[in-house]
Ligand binder design. Structure first.
Ligand code: PGA
Length: 256
């Protein structure tokens, strides 16, 4: 089933607005549960209230980050069991964390393995910078990220593992990737995952596109043969725009 994931990032700044947005998403997702999986990723402080609101809605809940240890003296961090108490999903290795917080491939690998061991679904993000894209080295960069991040994974993890291909230059820029480039990179990702955990298991790993996905371009990604959905940032903060993205995804997959 396709996955449409809403990464709210550090928005909105008050709980009332967050809950309004959740109500909008619930209205969108109603009646779609057997056609498209919808997951929202609000900031940590809103997770408890959002989780209460989502009961029986079919909309899944996720956190935007997680730590790799299960408990202990790690000021400011949130453990996989804490996330698991409220959420089904977690995003790991988002480029904004790699860029602003210095997350390395090794940290991403630890987080991925720790979250999977607690039976969380993981959206692990990879993507090249503009310089790599311009230099034609996207494939090498993305391959290295995938290999490093999955170093601690096994075939058993495949059903709960999602890889989001997000070219960094496309995130929040309005400059979405050419679908042909996205397709070739997703094909490469699938191949590497197959080499690492076996081709059969790799088929269960879902691959998303992310980076300036909007209502008016989502179709060009979700109709790509290897694309299992989208990770949406800015456009997920507008319930109407997000509704359109979910609807288009559901229609395209309904015709497959
Ligand atoms: P964007 O963000 O849709 O605003 O480009 C996507 C993401 O960062 O996951």
């Amino acid at each position: 089933m396709p996955l449409v994931a809403a990464n709210w990032k550090m928005n909105p700044n008050n709980l009332d607005d967050a809950l309004d947005l959740v109500r909008g998403v619930m209205a969108v997702a109603r009646g779609q549960a057997d056609r498209v999986e919808v997951a929202i990723f609000p900031p940590f402080p809103w997770l408890t209230a959002v989780s209460d609101l989502l009961v029986d809605s079919g909309v899944k809940l996720g956190a935007q980050n997680v730590f790799w240890e299960m408990a202990g003296a790690y000021t400011g961090e949130v453990s996989p069991p804490m996330v698991k108490a409220l959420c089904q999903w977690v995003i790991v290795g988002h480029s904004e964390r790699r860029l602003h917080l210095g997350e390395t491939d090794d940290m991403v690998a630890r987080k991925t393995a720790a979250a999977l061991s607690c039976e969380l679904g993981v959206i692990m993000c990879v993507g090249e910078l503009a310089d790599h894209y311009d230099a034609g080295t996207s494939d090498q960069v993305v391959s290295a990220q995938v290999r490093a991040a999955l170093a601690r994974c096994s075939a058993d993890d495949s059903a709960r593992l999602v890889i989001a291909y997000e070219p960094v230059w496309a995130i929040g820029s309005g400059r979405n990737a050419d679908p042909e480039h996205a397709y070739k990179t997703m094909r490469l990702i699938r191949k590497i995952v197959g080499e690492m955990i076996g081709a059969g298991a790799a088929r269960k790993v879902r691959i998303l596109y992310g980076g300036s996905v909007k209502a008016d371009n989502v179709q060009s990604y979700v109709e790509l043969p290897l694309c299992d959905g989208v990770l949406v940032g800015g456009a997920s903060l507008d319930a109407d725009e997000f509704a359109h993205i979910v609807k288009v995804t559901s229609e395209v997959y309904g015709h497959r």
